[in-house]
Design a protein around this ligand. Structure first.
Ligand code: ADP
Ligand code: MG
Length: 691
């Protein structure tokens, strides 16, 4: 009779796992025996060899052996026992804060001991605090023949127990299926799964310890690869699903677009042309486009959006354009009115705070098909907003949307068996390979060129004690007809406080720069009031605009060429880059002053240096990634997306191109492998569970 597979059994089927223990194991998401195999060590202890004391490096964990020179109890800040040992190559101090008298007596001069711990080095000694140790009487005990894994654990669960359970699961590894197709394993020379797990749980002494500890060992890379692959496949699944849905195919000649281009004072950049072509290609198909356009600040994404909109409109469909803030939505509304109204197209404004009457009439225009494009904030997607025939949704400046939100949004536009096309635009670049991984459910375009004639932005960092100098600089610049922003930031405090700070600064600057016209915008002002001030600034009626970070994304006033950012050290790189991107949009040479409160922290200094060094959003994104890690950069920490068990997007970024390639191959040629892989690695990921 065939034995039932052990790996699929409940973890309580293992010897010594009672209800109490099971509860603890469940905390680690270990439910079945097989889960133990994928419970991977955090670290390794190397007790396979004895290190000469003279060769020890600070920070290293090592097994050493030596004879006690002396042992004494001393009282410094607290009572402690100090024991010095040496082995002929050097000597080291063992420091104990908890010890018994018996221990002290046993560590008498000349006693031979073996101990393990982390080596610390300060200016006058090398030491281990609280080493594990044993006294060697006659024959030294044998050394381990493999590295000892240290597993992620939880209260009441000892490493010893976890090690034993994992070793037991390992006995049954033959039952575990290799989910990658044999052909691919061969083609890409991947390690077999069984072998990889064996090495990871029970590394032999000839394994590279350094590689294992840094996570770069081929066995770990094999698992990281499989995990990334599973993630990628789960996103591709959405893409494949989307492609099976129906969407209106826009077959147009681009007459409206040509009409717009004729009316513009400049021509499209190469990059804009390319991206517009990519979009056009997508929307001429009968399945929905879901495309992300990344472009640095000022690269001209609005025009690309307009081009897409005009194709939809020419094909007889309506467009919804959503921006994250009223300010931005309003600005788009103005641009689109300027561009589209001369062509007799109707642009409609939908906002949370317009009068009920106005709103009703606007909504009616959309429902009747009188209006061609609706522009607004999230208010656009309230249930009462209905279109006659919505064909394209454009979302501006949003990279913080998770997969689920992207899907929900699309459902809103579902009408008559068809989905609208979707264009997402973001000004917060992330490195390409990372983008292709995090957004594998999307198609992806980059506008990697700025319109010609842009002037470089000079960035300087000044301590806020030099405020008077900075104020003189503004006075001087504005006298020459330039305009400036002064951004007040106070993060991690209430928006109310932030607005108050802006009001105070405004009052102060009005007093100090009394000859200048100074405006104020912040998040607590009514939107028509904000808009009025923005318009005045745009028209050049104001010299200086004091603002909170509401102006962070998208605001476009080409004549503004001086940007002051207060408390720059408190902002993230991406946000600083966004803010700085408000200048350097015209033909005037621009500058940005980062004001900071000294002393700068190490990371604060790195951020400010990065900004001084480059204005390239992609380069800044790369530095940001290194400083903060992928979860923060992608904004997915909160949503739980891209939480990886083994892989680390930063460390394993070299795997990503291969992951993409193999994922596509699997979808094409081995579709039966997709579900099992997703299931193995992402079973309890809520974010993906419902789809
Ligand atoms: P972003 O990509 O940051 O959204 P915008 O769409 O706001 O950038 O464009 C920034 C500025 O560049 C706008 O004033 C816009 O009119 C202008 N612009 C866009 N495309 C071009 C171009 N091809 N040549 C010159 N100026 C352009
Ligand atoms: Mg924009």
């Amino acid at each position: 009779m065939p034995q039932p597979a052990v790996l699929s059994q409940d973890i309580t089927s293992l010897k010594g796992v009672g209800p109490k223990m099971a509860e603890r194991l469940h905390k680690l998401k270990l439910y079945y025996v097989k889960d133990l195999l994928f419970h991977l060590p955090l670290r390794y202890q190397d007790c396979t060899r004895i290190y000469p004391i003279g060769s020890l490096q600070a920070g290293q964990e090592a097994l050493i052996e030596g004879c006690v020179n002396h042992t004494e109890v001393i009282i410094r800040s607290r009572r402690m026992m100090i024991c010095q040992i040496s082995d002929g190559t050097g000597s080291i101090t063992l420091r104990f804060f908890h010890f018994s008298n018996a221990q002290r007596l046993a560590l008498s001069k000349g006693t031979k001991i073996r101990c393990f711990g982390e080596i610390r080095r300060n200016s006058y000694s090398v030491e281990i605090i609280h080493p594990e140790y044993r006294i060697i009487k006659n024959n030294p005990p044998p050394l381990d023949d493999s590295l000892t894994p240290t597993y992620p654990s939880t209260e009441g669960l000892q490493q010893r127990t976890l090690r034993r359970l994992c070793q037991e699961a390992l006995q049954h590894i033959d039952e575990l299926d290799e989910l990658l197709p044999a052909e691919l394993i061969q083609q890409y020379q991947l390690l077999e799964l069984h072998k990889a797990l064996q090495i990871i749980h029970s590394p032999t002494p000839n394994c590279s310890v350094d590689a294992l500890i840094s996570g770069s060992h081929p066995a770990q890379q094999r698992l990281a690869f499989e995990e990334l692959l599973a993630h990628h496949l789960s996103l591709l699944k959405f893409k494949v699903k989307a492609k099976q849905q129906k969407a209106p195919a826009f077959k147009t000649q681009g007459k409206l677009l040509s009409q717009l281009l004729r009316q513009l004072p400049f021509s499209l950049t190469q990059a804009q042309q390319r991206v517009i072509k990519e979009i056009q290609q997508d929307i001429s198909q009968a399945s929905p486009m879901v495309r992300l356009v990344q472009g640095d600040v000022g690269s001209g994404k609005t025009l690309v959006a307009a081009a897409a909109a005009l194709h939809a409109i020419e094909a007889g469909y309506q467009v919804a354009l959503m921006a994250p803030t009223e300010l931005l939505a309003e600005q788009h509304y103005q641009s689109f009115k300027k561009w589209l109204e001369p062509m007799d197209l109707e642009v409609t404004w939908i906002s949370g705070n317009q009068t009920a009457r106005e709103r009703r009439s606007n909504i009616e225009n959309l429902l009747l098909g009188i209006s061609h494009i609706a522009i607004g904030t999230h208010a656009l997607f309230q249930d009462d907003v209905q279109f006659q025939q919505l064909g394209l949704i454009i979302i501006d400046e949003q990279h913080r949307f998770g997969v689920q939100q992207r899907l929900r949004l699309r459902e809103k536009g579902y009408q008559g068996g068809q989905y609208p096309h979707q264009l997402i635009m973001t000004a917060t670049p992330i490195p390409r390979t990372l983008a292709m991984t995090a957004y594998a459910d999307l198609d992806y375009s980059i506008i990697d060129e700025l319109p010609p004639g842009r002037q470089a932005i000079t960035t300087v960092a000044l301590a806020n004690t030099r405020r008077p100098e900075i104020i003189e600089r503004i006075r001087h610049a504005c006298k020459q007809g330039r305009q400036a922003y002064w951004v007040c930031t106070l993060i991690e405090e209430s928006e109310a406080l932030q607005c108050e700070a802006a009001e105070d600064t405004w009052a102060f600057l009005q007093e100090t720069l009394s000859e200048l016209k100074i405006g104020l915008v912040h998040g607590r002002m009514a939107s028509d009031e904000k808009e009025k001030v923005m318009q005045q600034f745009k028209q050049g009626d104001l010299h200086l605009l004091v603002a909170t970070t509401v102006i962070e994304v998208g605001v476009d006033v080409p004549n503004a060429s001086l940007m002051i950012i207060e408390n720059a050290e408190r902002l993230g790189l991406a946000q600083l880059h966004q803010l700085r991107g408000r200048v350097g949009r015209g033909t005037e040479a621009s500058s940005c002053v980062l004001m900071y409160q000294a002393p700068l922290s190490k990371n604060g200094r790195k951020r400010i240096d990065a900004l001084r060094k480059t204005t390239d959003g992609f380069e800044i994104a790369q530095i940001d990634l290194e400083l903060r890690g992928p979860g923060e950069v992608l904004g997915t920490k909160q949503t739980g997306e891209m939480q990886l068990r083994i892989a680390n997007l930063l460390r394993d970024k070299s795997l990503l191109p291969k992951v993409q390639r193999i994922a596509n191959q699997i979808v094409q040629n081995y579709p039966e492998c997709v579900e099992p892989l997703i299931d193995r690695w992402m079973r309890d990921r809520e974010a993906y569970g419902s789809v």
